[in-house]
Design a protein around this ligand. Structure first.
Ligand SMILES: Cc1ncc(COP(=O)(O)O)c(C=O)c1O
Length: 243
């Protein structure tokens, strides 16, 4: 679409909304934010987001990707739905069934928007973009709040377990509000990824995000979390150098 994309770096793993605001010009049409963010797991605060929205011309649309929002329990976190309820017409909230609802294979997500924006999106939406099975699964998943809450609770416990264990071993773990943790493994993460893969453990090396010594570890079952820690303990060069 020939749009010029302007990127604003994170500051200490956090969105820098002041810098984003400073980067806005008369040509700015859309700002894309993500809270909780992937791969850091960090959140944007409600106060910071409101300050940004209040400072923007109404012609600038703000997309808030909240794919991991169900995992957030911080009352100070940005809440796109609350902003829409207040009538902020220039906010688009994106959510997915792929994370806390465990339905990634359904390929189903949704946008929450002002009705006028919805009509506009409909004009460019592809026909038959959601299949019939997903149309049944989505509302059923939303109705089963108990299952989702149990998934979130187990994930939070696993996230705490992984964070505490990795921090206890002396690694920097970015405080996460999502279903993964980002950790500085203090070695080439791509290389470590390959060694862990040979042990049947898949993590995500973060070099593509400009973090060549970090891996993102998705929270699994307790058994999977322990299996990761065991493989990591056997393969980590930083740990071996300590011994
Ligand atoms: C921040 C963020 N937004 C959106 C998505 C999209 O998820 P899906 O395409 O499975 O709905 C992901 C998936 O990893 C994500 O990390």
């Amino acid at each position: 679409m020939d749009a010029a994309v302007v990127t604003v770096p994170l500051r200490d793993f956090q969105w820098d909304l002041g810098a984003i605001r400073a980067a806005v010009t008369v040509r700015t049409k859309l700002i894309w934010l993500c809270s909780p963010n992937n791969p850091t797991g960090t959140i944007i605060s409600d106060d910071d987001l409101r300050a940004l929205l209040d400072a923007l011309p109404p012609t600038v649309t703000v997309v808030l990707d909240q794919a991991y929002q169900e995992f957030v329990d911080d009352p100070g976190a940005a809440d796109g739905v609350a902003l829409l309820r207040e009538g902020r017409e220039n906010v688009i909230v994106l959510r997915t069934f792929s994370k806390a609802y465990g339905l990634a294979g359904m390929r189903l997500g949704y946008a929450l928007v002002d009705p006028a924006v919805g009509n506009m999106l409909d004009t460019i939406r592809e026909p038959f973009n959601v299949n019939r099975l997903s149309i049944v699964a989505g509302p059923a998943a939303l109705a089963d709040e108990e299952w989702m809450r149990a998934c979130v609770a187990k994930t939070a416990a696993g996230r705490r377990f992984l964070s505490e264990r990795l921090s206890g071993l002396g690694f920097r773990v970015v405080p996460s509000h999502a279903n993964f943790v980002l950790v500085d493994v203090r070695e080439d993460a791509q290389d470590l990824w390959a060694r862990l893969l040979r042990r049947g453990v898949i993590v995500r090396p973060a070099g593509g995000w400009g973090l060549p010594t970090f891996i993102r570890v998705t929270v699994g079952t307790q058994e999977q979390n322990e299996r990761f820690l065991e493989a990591f303990g056997a393969e980590s060069k930083a740990l071996a150098a300590r011994e």
